[in-house]
Write a protein that binds this ligand. Structure first.
Ligand SMILES: Nc1ncnc2c1ncn2[C@@H]1O[C@H](COP(=O)(O)OP(=O)(O)OP(=O)(O)O)[C@@H](O)[C@H]1O
Ligand SMILES: C[C@H](N)[C@H](N)CCCCCC(=O)O
Ligand SMILES: [Mg+2]
Length: 238
């Protein structure tokens, strides 16, 4: 596998921890003296590109050196309603222009050493009436890593995501399980281990680990940073 300067943080669903995983990757690279650029090409539920509640603002708030910098250049398509990009754009009388978005990404690529790109929702979420997030990932040529929920149901969703990528000729670089705040009872350690075992065995994609609940995003647990280091190594991102 060749070294890669573009990583695509994708997920098994919306709300599975893609932004938190992107943050950990940004923090890892920044700590190594690199100057990564975060991109959120399709942000829905977006009041404006500088929106303080958006994913890009979250990344900026918690990445050393980015606090106070306007996150707007990270957001390439901003649509108000919190739904699939196809419909969020359509509600505003617009259509997502994928070729233009790809050009914008290429431009960022030429001016930054590392890009951390966060996809939208899960793999088959529509961007337009004919294109999905999977088409975007394929065209981006970025190395995909998968954020997955840690709890019950994740084996099926994660394995389907891997199959779906492979069916399109896309090779996933690694998987990280995230402890997202859940209303239901906390998932037991045993079940999390079983989930990781099943996914690794049936998918043959390296599982970097399980990121426990982070209480301070400015200072994540050293274990979380170790998992990200292992992920970046396994997918040859440097
Ligand atoms: N390891 C973790 N520790 C603490 N909170 C987490 C963790 N992972 C995710 N979360 C929280 O879970 C929620 C969903 O995570 P996140 O925003 O990263 O999901 P997402 O996949 O990026 O969603 P979207 O599809 O909207 O971009 C957020 O409130 C986030 O802060
Ligand atoms: C609004 C949300 N946070 C995401 N950005 C968009 C998620 C779209 C999910 C569509 C679906 O899978 O049904
Ligand atoms: Mg997000």
């Amino acid at each position: 596998m060749t070294f890669c300067k573009k990583i695509m943080v994708m997920g098994t669903d919306t709300d599975v921890g893609k932004t938190v995983l992107s943050l950990l990757i940004m923090q890892n690279l920044t700590a190594k003296g690199k100057k990564p650029f975060y991109l959120k090409p399709f942000q829905t539920g977006c009041v404006g590109p500088s929106d303080s509640t958006g994913d890009a603002a979250f990344i900026h708030r918690h990445t050393p050196g980015l606090g106070g910098i306007d996150p707007a250049p990270s957001v390439l398509n901003c649509h108000k309603n919190p739904k699939a990009p196809w419909f969020a754009a359509r509600d505003m009388g617009q259509t997502i222009n994928l070729p233009r978005t790809m050009d914008q990404i290429k431009e960022k690529e030429s001016s930054h050493s590392h890009l951390v790109i966060e996809a939208a929702g899960g793999l088959l979420v529509p961007l337009t009436e004919t294109l999905t997030v999977a088409d975007f990932i394929k065209q981006s040529k970025a190395r995909p890593v998968i954020a997955a929920r840690a709890g019950l149901g994740t084996i099926n969703h994660t394995l389907m995501t891997v199959e779906c990528l492979r069916a399109r000729g896309i090779t996933p670089g690694g998987i990280v399980f995230m402890e997202t705040p859940q209303k239901e009872e906390k998932t037991s350690k045993t079940m999390i281990q079983e989930n990781m075992e099943a996914v690794e065995k049936f998918s043959n994609v390296p599982v970097a680990g399980f990121v426990k609940n982070i209480s301070d995003f400015q200072n994540p647990d050293p274990d979380a940073l170790k998992i990200v280091e292992c992920l970046l190594k396994s997918c040859h991102f440097a």
